[in-house]
Design a protein around this ligand. Structure first.
Ligand code: NAD
Length: 249
């Protein structure tokens, strides 16, 4: 299938590694002009990168201006962020949620609002937001992630209906266990907490997935590239697990 991504302008958040980098690479291979954002940049990126902390109060404006300068506008926005540290629900109060919501929720909402007017005027736009399978099946010990991401789904799904008639689609991608730095460090923490070897932890986690293995970031990026493309014009408001069958419903 020809994805018709050539020349499309894609802004990818969290593009320095993991899922964001895999999506940026896939879009770039398909001919899109890509610009990325991450907390820090180490050099050698394959596309223009901005170092910007999503937790900064002016992050959305700074990123939108970077996209205007680098790309001349945004046809495809990939919302992504770092995951918050583990915590139980009992240990997660209003202040912790507010702090984590700035980078993971408020900045992504503000950024989306900034790029939308031009998308609607052009009659084309793709908003993809990476969250977690924890939105549907809350992950024990990740209360902040489970809570804030559910809020992000609420906003994005409401938006999807508001802009559907303008050629703008809004979809949510829920990774299960995709093999990235973040996944490895979470498994390391869990292994320490349980007092078991990291390899035992990794093997147990993989066994719990129907495919019997973690996902490859490229498998995740392939779904994203299709949804970001003009060919996915009749798919909007969806919450899509990319999880090797992990979620039961
Ligand atoms: P990762 O840690 O490998 O990469 C995160 C990216 O976000 C990096 O580019 C990093 O620079 C950027 N980032 C982090 N904090 C930032 C900040 N404050 N400001 C700007 N940029 C920031 O993570 P990943 O595995 O690629 O996952 C991406 C997202 O998906 C995370 O939110 C993660 O929690 C979520 N997720 C991942 C999995 C998985 O299987 N990998 C599962 C569920 C949820």
């Amino acid at each position: 299938m020809e994805l018709e991504l050539a020349g499309k302008r894609a802004l990818v958040i969290g593009a320095s590694r993991g899922l964001g980098a895999a999506i940026a690479r896939e879009l770039s291979v398909e001919g899109a002009h890509v610009a990325g954002v991450s907390r820090s940049i180490s050099g050698g990126a394959e596309w223009p990168m901005l170092a910007c902390d999503l937790g900064a109060t002016d992050a959305a404006e700074t990123i939108a201006e970077f996209a205007r300068n680098e790309l001349g506008g945004v046809d495809i926005l990939v919302n992504n962020s770092g995951g918050p540290p583990p915590s139980s629900a009992l240990d997660t109060g209003a202040q912790q949620l507010l702090d984590a919501a700035r980078p993971m929720l408020f900045t992504l909402i503000e950024l989306t609002r900034l790029v939308l007017p031009a998308m609607r005027e052009a009659g084309f736009g793709r908003i993809l937001t990476i969250t977690s399978s924890g939105v549907r099946g809350p992950i024990p010990g990740l209360a902040m992630s489970n809570t804030i991401r559910a809020a992000l789904h609420g906003w994005m799904k409401t938006l999807a209906k508001e802009v559907a008639a303008d050629g703008v689609t809004v979809n949510l991608l829920m990774p299960g266990q995709i093999d990235t730095d973040r996944l490895r460090s979470l498994h390391q923490l869990t292994a320490e907490r349980l007092g078991i070897a990291p390899e035992t932890m990794t093997a147990k986690a993989a066994e719990a997935i129907p495919t019997g293995r973690f996902g490859d970031p490229r498998e995740f990026a392939a779904v994203a590239a299709f949804l970001a493309s003009p060919r996915a014009s009749y798919v909007t408001g969806l919450e899509i697990p990319i999880d090797g069958g992990l979620l039961r419903s």
